[in-house]
Design a protein around this ligand. Structure first.
Ligand code: NDP
Length: 296
């Protein structure tokens, strides 16, 4: 069997086009421009790339993009003061604090200082609680993108066996919660899970969010299962030339694609969906803030 490739790049372009349509409607019908503020502390190269690309796409869909780049030495009180200012700014509907933060800043405190209604990352404890109890919330972008691809591919995932490998607060746990809310039977695996390959072999849906390059192998996959690969790992690629690198996922693509029914590639799978969902969340936040019907 050769798996169907779930094209996240194409799907994300569609989501962004829908977002752009909503933005146009908000502007023309209501005179409102959704605004997204991204806060970056320090000069982590990967974070800089993400922030640049978030800003570019925010502008492309017609929204207002504000970037605050703060010195690596920024104090917690200065960062909290900026977040407070953004919380109060009526032109800003979404706030994203790029993680990880430098070590001297308390990440939990900072994340929970964002107004939950503007918390487009869905990391605020209120949003975590709302998601956990199946209530309307802001949903973390990466798991939301994964869920959208699964719904699109399967229609319904109700009753399917899903195994999420990874239990982080930003990917694994919210992913499991979303799958559960869609009535999948969910197992969360992690570094202490025994016989991981056997656990994964029972899954109709495997979500790999481990942070270990190409760890999930084809012979762990039940024939016909769907593999959603969240991993982004940069490896040296001397075969491409000196000093060259390549991106790989947490699943070994060739062996998994030979057995799976469907698979997301890396790059071009979950990654592009994450930013598209961030933009969609900002429109949702803007609609809620203005008492307007939000996009589905
Ligand atoms: P974390 O490092 O926070 O979490 C990794 C999880 O994997 C932990 O729960 C850990 O278990 C588990 N794990 C580690 N080793 C093993 C193992 N050998 N067997 C089973 N489980 C294991 O990572 P994140 O959740 O932040 O990210 C996961 C991946 O997703 C990374 O590759 C990251 O780059 C990528 N990512 C991609 C995004 C995108 O937009 N596409 C966005 C965010 C992340 P334990 O809890 O026991 O330590």
């Amino acid at each position: 069997m050769t798996a169907t490739v779930i094209d996240g790049k194409e799907f994300a372009a569609k989501v962004r086009a829908q977002v752009a349509t909503h933005v146009t409607r908000l502007k023309t019908d209501h005179g409102i421009t959704p605004g997204l503020a991204v806060v970056l502390v320090g000069e982590d190269p990967a974070s800089q790339v993400y922030v640049r690309s978030k800003g570019k796409m925010t502008v492309e869909v017609g929204m207002k993009s504000v970037e605050h780049k703060l010195d690596v030495q920024t104090s917690e009180s200065d960062l909290l003061a900026l977040i407070d200012q953004l919380n109060k700014d009526p032109e800003i509907h979404g706030i994203l604090v790029q993680l990880p933060l430098p070590k001297h800043l308390n990440e939990e405190l900072v994340v929970n200082s964002v107004d939950p209604a503007k918390d487009v990352d869905g990391f605020h404890i209120s949003n975590v609680g709302l998601l956990g109890t199946g209530q309307k919330s802001m949903v973390p972008c990466t798991p939301l993108g994964c869920l959208m691809m699964l719904r699109d591919h399967h229609g319904s995932i109700s009753g399917m066996n899903a195994v999420v490998i990874g239990r982080s607060n930003i990917v694994g746990k919210p992913m499991a919660q979303l799958l559960l809310n869609d009535s999948a039977t969910v197992t969360i695996a992690h570094s202490r899970t025994k016989d991981l390959a056997d656990v994964v072999r029972r899954a109709d849906i495997v979500v790999a969010a481990v942070g270990r390059p190409e760890m999930v192998l084809g012979d762990w996959i039940k024939p016909g299962a769907t593999v959603i690969d969240v991993g982004i790992n940069r490896l040296d690629a001397p075969e491409k030339g000196e000093g060259k690198t390549k991106l790989v996922g947490d699943a070994h693509y060739e062996s998994c694609a030979a057995v799976a029914g469907a698979i997301t590639p890396v790059p071009g799978g979950v990654g592009p969906m994450t930013i598209a969902c961030l933009l969609a969340n900002t429109v949702t936040a803007c609609c809620r803030a203005n008492g307007l019907v939000e996009p589905e």
